[in-house]
Design a protein around this ligand. Sequence first.
Ligand code: HEM
Length: 382
Amino acid sequence: MIRADDRPSRRTLLGAASAAVLTAGCSATSDQPPATPVAAQAIPPTGKYQAGITTPRTPQPNLLAIIADLPSSAVPPASAVGRLLAELGETIVALTTGTSARLLGLAPGDLTVTVGVGPRLVRMAGHTLPGATDLPPFPHEQIAPKARGGDVLLQLCATDPLVLSVAAAALLDRAGDRLQERWRQSARRGPAVPVADGLTAPRNQLGFVDGIVGPHTAEEQQRNLWLDGPAPVAGGTIAVLRRMELDLGRFAALSTAAQEAVMGRHRDSGIPLSGGVVADGPDLGAKTPDGRYVVPAGAHARRAHAAVVGVGLMLRRSYSIDEPAAGLLFVSFQNDLRTFTATLTHMGNGDALLPFTTTTASATFLIIPGFDPQRPLGSTLF
Ligand code: HEM
C-alpha cells in the first residue's frame, strides 16, 4: 500500500536531515545538561554506499534483520523489482529523516536500513554478477529450509529498539503482497570496548571482544569491502548472515586458559595470546620455549586469519541473540563471497570454536549500491 505521507519532497527531506544532524550536534556540544535523553545522531541514508555498514562507525546497539521472498508463484519482471526497491528507498529516506507519519511520532535517531537482494534476484540482473551465487552447506548446520537463503534483506539498526519494529512494519506495508517475510531476527550488542582510535568492538556471549580485526581504514575498505565493479554493483558489497547458536554451558565449563586457547586472545583484554595491544593481530609464528604455538593450531584467531586462509579482510558486524537460543547473529560484509566461504571451510578443518556452535539460519545478499533521489535504490540493477 503506497501512502502519500511516505513521499516527502526532496526539500523536506534535506531540511529534516540537516535539522536532525544539527539537533544532535547542538545537544552534544551544549554546556547545559540535557533535560531529556539526547537523540542519537542521524545517519544520512543516501550517498555512494548504503548506511548501516561503515556508518555509524560504532554500530548501533540494536538490530532487526528481516529476510523476505518475492512470492514464488509469480516472479515479477525486473522492472517490477526495480519499482519495489525504489519505493523501499523512498520509505527509508522518509523513516530515517523523521518525515514519515509511520514513525507515529517516534524519533528515528540513528536508524539505518540496509537493503540487499539474494542470489535469485541478482541472477535476474546478470548470471555472473557478484552476489549471484548461493552459500554452500557447511559443517555444524541444522538449518530448516525456511531459514536458508531469501530474496530480500532488510537490516535495520538503531539505538532505540522500539523504532526498529515500527520502521520494519512501515517498510513491509509499503511492499504489501510483493514481499513475503521468511524469517526475522532481533539482536543486540553489549557496551563498546575501545580497540583503537575511534574503533570499538563489543563483547559476545562467550565473554570475548568480537570485531577487532577487519577492514577499518578507507584503503582496506576499498580493497576488501566495497565492490568497484561491474557498474551495476559498484558501491555495493556482499553480506553473509548466519544465526549461530552457542553452547554456553560447555564453553563456560572450560578454564579461562582453555577458553582463551579456543579463541587465541585473552578474554579480559582482547589482546592476542602472542602479546601486543588489543588492536594487534596475532603473531602466528610465536612459540613457547618448548616449541608449541603460543596461538594454538586450532585457535579461532588462527583458523579464521585472512593471511592463513589466503583471502581479504571481512567486516564483521555481528550482534548477540538470546532467542531462539543464546548465540550470535554473525554478519559480515566483503567484496568477494569467497572471503567468507574459504574462511569457514578452513575453520571447518580444526577450528576449536566451531564445535561450540550450531548454525540455524544462513543467507547471502548483494548489498545494493548507495542511492539518492537521482539514482533510486536498485536502479543500477533492475
Ligand atoms: C558464534 C560464532 C563466532 C564467534 C563467537 C566468533 C568470535 C570471534 C572472536 C572473539 C574473535 C577475535 C577478535 C576479533 O578479531 O574480532 C574472532 C575473530 C575472527 N572471526 Fe570469529 N566468531 C564466530 C564465527 C565466525 C565465523 C563464522 C567467521 C567466518 C567464517 C569468523 C571470522 C572471524 C575472523 C576473520 C576473525 C579475525 C581473525 C584474526 O585475523 O585474528 N568468525 N571471532
